[in-house]
Design a binder for this molecule. Structure first.
Ligand code: ADP
Ligand code: AMP
Length: 215
């Protein structure tokens, strides 16, 4: 049976950072809906053009577009053993759609680590985040700095600050999280899948707590 893990938590809490570590250590695929949208925007696809206006405003991309994109990604062969989902689902209809999709592919959500941190921590993390152009590797100017400023340690590509990481958009994204995504905490708690993880700790300690929770 395939293993699907959903990482839940507000923007900037460290989902992407942890998802990459988990994927590397478990061999499961890493699916980041945000990375998939940014890839589509970079390649100027129709989906990318439709998503871009929402993303730049810090709003959620409509469910039908997002669910279609994830369905396609989950059907690729590298997801056969399961996947770490990072940034999806973000609304109750997306969570229902995920359940239906996984049933179709012969799997289910195994566990939902809910990573938490105060709003102050989120803002500090997002405002210092630097993202790699080529593959979306993530650094922080203070907490996880690249060896050479502006250059990705892993693939040498340019690091940039995301348009939606500027202060006003960050506030909007955090608000949108509370309005549209936070109810998934009780959704997964009711299913007995939720495990709370203290995301305010350093990266290595969050990873340790995550692995302990996934055993
Ligand atoms: P999310 O995917 O939840 O939006 P990221 O993984 O991109 O969050 O992390 C946001 C920023 O915070 C990045 O710059 C990352 O390097 C940094 N970061 C992630 N986890 C931690 C941590 N535990 N402590 C300090 N900084 C962190
Ligand atoms: P992220 O990289 O997870 O911070 O996502 C960046 C942006 O992409 C979000 O602010 C949304 O605009 C959009 N996005 C990512 N995932 C989703 C999703 N599951 N549903 C709707 N919009 C999403």
């Amino acid at each position: 049976m395939s293993t699907y893990i959903v990482l839940l938590g507000p923007p900037g809490v460290g989902k992407g950072t942890q998802a990459k570590i988990l994927a590397e250590r478990t061999g499961l695929a890493h699916i980041s809906s945000g990375d998939l949208f940014r890839e589509n925007i970079k390649n100027q696809t129709e989906l990318g053009l439709r998503a871009q206006t929402f993303i730049n405003k810090g709003e959620l991309v409509p469910d039908d577009i997002t669910i279609g994109m994830i369905r396609e990604r989950l059907s690729l062969p590298d997801c056969a053993a399961g996947a770490i989902l990072d940034g999806f689902p973000r609304t109750p209809p997306q969570a229902d759609a995920l359940q239906a999709l996984l049933a179709e592919f012969g799997g289910h959500v195994h566990r939902v680590p809910f990573i938490t941190a105060s709003e102050e921590v989120l803002v500090e993390r997002l405002s210092g985040r630097w993202t790699c152009r080529a593959q979306g590797h993530v650094f922080h100017e203070k907490f996880n700095p690249p060896k050479q400023p502006g250059v990705c340690d892993l693939d040498g590509s340019e690091l940039y600050q995301r348009e939606d990481d500027k202060a006003e958009t960050v506030q909007r994204r955090i608000r949108v999280y509370f309005e549209q995504t936070a109810s998934l905490v009780s959704y997964y708690k009711e299913q007995g899948l939720l495990v709370e993880i203290d995301g305010a700790q350093p990266i290595e300690q969050v990873t340790e707590q995550l692995f302990a929770a996934l055993k």
